[in-house]
Design a protein around this ligand. Structure first.
Ligand SMILES: Nc1ncnc2c1ncn2[C@@H]1O[C@H](COP(=O)(O)OP(=O)(O)OP(=O)(O)O)[C@@H](O)[C@H]1O
Ligand SMILES: [Mg+2]
Length: 390
């Protein structure tokens, strides 16, 4: 098992999560799934693991983050399917020929090379292409599981009218697909519910079974640390492993990888004790401005929030370092400092809900088990980074 800090991990580098895989497989027998979770929590790696063990389905993995129109989405899905179908049996190969021919037609309608900066040209009516795809899918007997990564980004990329048209069409397609062996797993690190709600289209995703990726259990985290350090010749005692987990205050594999990478770069000298060494690494490597993850998390706030939401999010995060966290009322007070006029505040109450829901979904905050369900930082890493870079 190699140390991997950033890209999706596969095969021997992937610390297997058999329960999560089984949970996704079981959900797929029932219908389509929204598999969501914060950034860098292992969603893509898990999708790839599912693609390697998809049960009766032929898996098609497709990253749709850079699709800006429904036509581009359709083309991406068709292109990703092509190679997979070729690996299937005769029916799959037959379907591939039909889909490849269809893809040629879809390609004519796509605006290739569009990027976030370039507003996509007005899109032609998607309806005819969508109906054609639904028909091809209906006539096929091939059991397919489409694993669509970064789906909420794609929805966010769409202009309002194409989004409305696409989302209702796609819901209908999934509902029809339940009766045949066709499934969709929609993955992403921004909240799908929030994105569609902002478009006023909340009901277009209510058919999906929600599965959230969870951190490793403590036992899994310890065993992951043990394997990762052992395979890479890094000294870390059992006590040291527990100390790493305590310092991080979180057991996401990515954070554990970060810590082991820091240990590899800065081995302990003969005089420093293990605990002191780990504490120093945490301070100097993990929560310093060198940590790209924390920097990105911070910059990301600008991309996902409106200016008013951003101000509120920043104010909440600055206050959140208090050991007791914040109650919902205390968050409201923070909002009141920014928007003192009660009438105006009532009008923008939605901002507060969006901010809290997004921060929670993004893995910034969690609600604790107290009766007040206080908001707290989801990891010590973010808390300490935010404390040091307010
Ligand atoms: N099961 C795992 N075994 C080992 N490392 C993992 C595992 N899951 C996640 N990681 C670590 O997390 C990093 C990110 O994984 P991955 O890209 O799958 O996450 P993601 O949730 O898709 O991220 P993003 O939100 O950026 O798309 C990997 O580079 C690796 O360091
Ligand atoms: Mg990913």
């Amino acid at each position: 098992m190699e140390i991997r800090v950033g890209p999706p991990v596969v095969d021997a580098d992937h610390f297997e999560r058999p329960e999560l895989t089984a949970q996704l497989q079981a959900a797929l027998t029932r219908g389509s799934v929204a598999f969501l979770g914060p950034r860098r929590t292992g969603k893509t790696s898990q999708l790839l693991a599912l693609a390697a063990a998809p049960g009766k389905f032929l898996p098609v993995y497709c990253d749709v983050e850079h699709c800006f129109t429904p036509e581009q989405w359709l083309l991406a899905v068709l292109e990703a399917s092509s190679a997979r179908l070729e690996q299937g049996g005769a029916a799959a190969k037959q379907l591939r020929r039909l889909w490849d021919a269809f893809a040629v037609r879809v390609r004519k309608f796509t605006i290739l090379g569009a990027s976030a900066e370039l507003a996509p040209a007005p899109t032609p009516d998607f309806r005819a292409l969508g109906e054609e795809f639904a028909r091809l899918l209906r006539e096929s007997e091939v059991p397919l599981a489409f694993l669509l990564d970064e789906f909420p980004w794609f929805v966010q990329n769409l202009a309002p009218e194409p989004a409305r048209q696409f989302l209702s069409w796609f819901r209908q397609l999934r509902i029809e697909a339940v009766r045949r062996p066709v499934r969709f797993v929609l993955t992403g690190s921004i909240g799908l519910a929030g994105v569609v709600r902002r478009l006023g289209l909340g009901s277009t995703v209510n058919d999906l079974e929600q599965i959230r990726i969870t951190p490793l259990s403590s036992a899994e985290a310890e065993s992951f640390l043990e394997r990762l350090t052992r395979d890479n010749g890094i000294a870390l005692s059992a006590e040291g492993r527990r100390e790493v987990i305590a310092l991080l205050g979180s057991t996401w594999p990515y954070f554990l990888q970060l810590f082991v990478a820091a240990l590899q770069q800065h081995p302990r000298d003969a005089v420093t004790g293990e605990k002191a060494h780990l504490a120093r690494l945490y301070e100097e490597e993990i929560t310093s401005s060198r940590n790209e993850f924390c920097r990105n998390m911070r910059e990301r706030l600008r991309a996902i929030f409106t200016p008013a939401e951003l101000l509120l999010a920043q104010a909440v995060l600055r206050r959140l370092e208090a050991p007791a966290g914040l109650t919902a009322e205390e968050v409201e007070r923070v909002h009141a400092e920014l928007v003192p006029d009660p009438l105006h505040r009532a009008q923008v109450e939605g901002d507060r809900h969006t901010v809290l829901e997004t921060l929670e979904h993004d893995g910034y905050v969690v609600r604790d088990q107290t009766a007040e369900r206080r908001y707290r930082f989801a990891s010590h890493i973010l808390r300490d980074y935010w404390r040091r870079h307010p």
